[in-house]
Design a binder for this molecule. Sequence first.
Ligand SMILES: *Cc1c(COP(=O)(O)O)cnc(C)c1O
Length: 339
Amino acid sequence: MRVVDLRSDTVTQPTQAMRETMLLADVGDDVYGEDPTVNLLQQRLADDLGFEAGLFVPTGTQSNLLALMAHCERGDEYLVGADAHTFRWEGGGAAVLGSIQPQPIPQDADGTLPLDKVAAAIKPVDPHFARTKVLALENTWWGRVLPLDYLKAAHDFSRERGLGLHLDGARLFNAAVACDVPAREIARHFDSVSVCLSKGLGAPVGSVLVGSHALIDKARRWRKVTGGGWRQAGLLAAAGIYALDHHVARLADDHRRAAYLAGCLREIAGVNLLGQFTNMVYVDVPAGRLKDLDVHMRAAGVRISIGYLPTLRLVTHLDVDDEGVERVVEAFRSFFARG
Ligand SMILES: *Cc1c(COP(=O)(O)O)cnc(C)c1O
C-alpha cells in the first residue's frame, strides 16, 4: 500500500520522466557560469516572470536570504509579516547573516499586511533607527492567495515610499493557477521574486530568485559567500525545467482534491474544519487527540504532521491521487466514528 503523505507538498518523489530528463542534462561548472542547463532554467523563469535575470539556489530559505541581502546593507531593515516564512521559519537568517533587522507586522487573516500599519512601521531617516529598505510579502501564505488588487496597492505604496518589494513566492504558481492568471501577472508587482521548485512543482531540490541584473549579481556574490556555489547543478536544474513544463497546470488538480477533501471532512461529525485554501486543508483537532489520530492514520497508510503547527494542516500534491484522498476521508470517518 502506497502511503498517502499529507504532511507537506515537499515530500513528492521525482517522476520517472523527470529522472530521465535529469540523466540526460548537459552540465558544466556553474561557478564559472558554464552550466547550460542552470543557465536555461534561470533565464526561463526570469523571462516567464518578466525579469532580467535569475539565480538557481538549493532552497527557498537561501533564496529569500540572498534577496534581502541584495536589497539591504548592514543596519538596514525589512518589513515582513509576523507569521511570514521569511520572518518566523528561516532561523533569523537575515539578522544572523545579513545584519538586517526584521520589523514584523501583524497580518490580517487573509495574509495581507495592512498598508497603514506598514506605513506606521517605516522608520524616520535618523541615526537612531535602522534604515527601512524593503517590504517582503508571501503568496500563497498558508495556502491563501493574496488578492491581485492588494498586490497592486502594495506596489504603488512601495514606489511612493521608496521601498523595494520582495515576494516569497514559494508557491507562486499555486497562486497563479488559483487566480487563473499567468504567474507574471503576480510577479510584475515586485522587484524580486523567490520561487520554490521543490514544493507543489515536484522537483527534488531548488529555488530560483529573479530580479534585475544588478540585484541578481549581488545575490550571486552572497550565494558564494554563504557557501552556495554550485558545480554541475544542471542535473538538478533539469528537474526544475521539467517541472515548469509539466507540473504547473496540474496544480489545479491539487486544489480540486483539497477542496473535495475539505467538503468530505466537513460532513464528518466531530471534525472541526477550519478552511481550505489552494492545496491546503486546515482541521482543528483537540491537542489531546492528535497522537491517537496520528497512530490511526499511520495504520491506514496516511501520514499527517503533528506538532509543528497549532492546527492540523493537510497538503495535497503530485503524489496524492483521487484514490488516496478517498483513503484519507475513510480514515477520518473511522477515527471520528469511535467518538
Ligand atoms: C518552503 C518555504 C520556504 C523555504 O523553502 P525551503 O526550500 O524549505 O528553504 C519559504 N517560504 C515559504 C512560504 C515556504 O513554504
